[in-house]
Design a protein around this ligand. Structure first.
Ligand SMILES: [Zn+2]
Length: 374
């Protein structure tokens, strides 16, 4: 770029550049005057959106696991897939190909589903995690970009296996009474509270996003130990699923941490705000473009360019989490109506990366930022 070349000959370079740029500027001015240029800046118009590049990747970057950037602006390498069907979970909307994550998150989801089953929850219905190489998505989710976020439906997994085709259509079920901020007592049960409490006990889970109405229900009903409520953070949406987020993992020097959650159960003033009109007013600018519609590769950490061009594993199966144990019979991509695998992944079967689960201090979500449109 101009101004970056140094040393001898710089003056003649500058002159050359100056004359080139002034000629180019004159040409652009002429085009603009003729109405032949779009109003958008030329660079932005020419550069492909990051959501299209990352959204078309079918396989992860086959390098060491590493999250790069922030939950809402980044990418990751070394992703592994959660099997679409496990003994204690089902991946929902499997055609989206968003069952990819950092190995630490994928093995934690497996463990969470097993622990939940042991306390009586029939199994987890797991929603979106990340794209194979993370990055912004063509639809939904501002975050989920660095392989450390996962959505889990509030509905328990059905006792009978659901086919992959059915999982594309199973409707989302809100836990709220229609047009209200209060949970529907016919759907919300003490088992839901126990499930969220279990999620909050894992030190690697730093925060859990739920609808403010669900947070209120917990604030009103949880007795005894309430310290775990600190991780339960109210946020728009999240009435038919909750969102778990783990912290930056070892080996990810370019992963940007979030600020710590405030101490306390979060049931006081910050929650009261959600029960005022302010958070629910219609957006003043509903047609404003979303971040994903503006983000080019230049918006992401520069390391994400290399993530896009990194080699792939040979297949989805080669990058699917199997727990590293020979007694694990979890299919990578079971046929529709395949029986649910019975094996339970043992603690000893966790992959080497699981030992990277260094306990992290409890931290929380930032206070409300501009409301997402979905
Ligand atoms: Zn989410």
């Amino acid at each position: 770029m101009a101004g970056q070349c140094l040393g001898r000959g710089v003056n003649s370079m500058k002159m050359l550049k100056r004359s080139f740029f002034s000629a180019a500027a004159r040409a652009l001015a002429a085009l603009a005057a003729a109405g032949m240029l779009a109003a958008t800046p030329q660079h932005a118009a020419a550069e492909e959106l990051a959501k299209n590049l990352f959204g078309s990747e079918r396989l992860p970057a086959a390098t060491a696991p590493q999250s790069i950037g922030f939950y809402s602006k980044g990418c990751f390498t070394g992703g592994v897939a959660l099997p679409l069907t496990g003994p204690t979970w089902e991946v929902m909307r499997p055609s989206r190909n968003r069952n990819w994550g950092h190995p630490a998150l994928i093995s934690l989801l497996e463990r969470f589903s097993r622990d939940a089953a042991n306390q009586g929850w029939p199994g987890l219905m797991i929603g979106d995690i990340s794209q194979p190489r993370g990055g912004p998505m063509q639809t939904g989710h501002a975050s989920h970009q660095i392989g450390l976020d996962a959505d889990i439906w509030y509905q328990p997994m059905p006792r009978q296996p659901t086919s992959l085709a059915e999982r594309e259509k199973v409707p989302f079920v809100s836990m709220l009474k229609p047009h209200s901020l209060a949970v529907d007592g016919r759907r919300w049960t003490p088992a839901h509270t126990r499930l969220l409490k279990l999620a909050a006990t894992y030190p690697q889970i730093e925060r859990i996003l739920v609808h403010p109405g669900i947070k209120k229900e917990l604030c009103d009903t949880v007795t005894g130990d309430r310290s775990w409520l600190a991780k339960i953070r109210p946020f728009w949406g999240h009435d038919e699923h909750f969102h778990i987020r783990i912290g930056c993992q070892p080996g990810s020097p370019d992963c940007k941490r979030q600020a710590a959650v405030p101490p306390g159960d979060g049931c006081g003033k910050p929650l009261a705000w959600w029960f005022t009109d302010e958070p629910w007013r219609p957006s003043k600018n509903p047609d404003a473009p979303k971040a994903r519609d503006l983000m080019t590769m230049a918006s992401l950490p520069k390391e994400c360019r290399a993530v896009l061009t990194a080699p792939s594993p040979v297949s989805v199966a080669a990058a699917t989490y199997h727990g590293g144990s020979s007694d694990v019979a979890v299919a990578a991509a079971p046929a529709d109506d395949a029986p649910r695998p019975k094996a339970v992944i043992g603690e000893a079967g966790l992959p080497a990366t699981a030992s990277a689960f260094a306990p992290t201090p409890a931290i929380g979500i930032p206070l409300p930022r501009p409301r997402p449109g979905n």
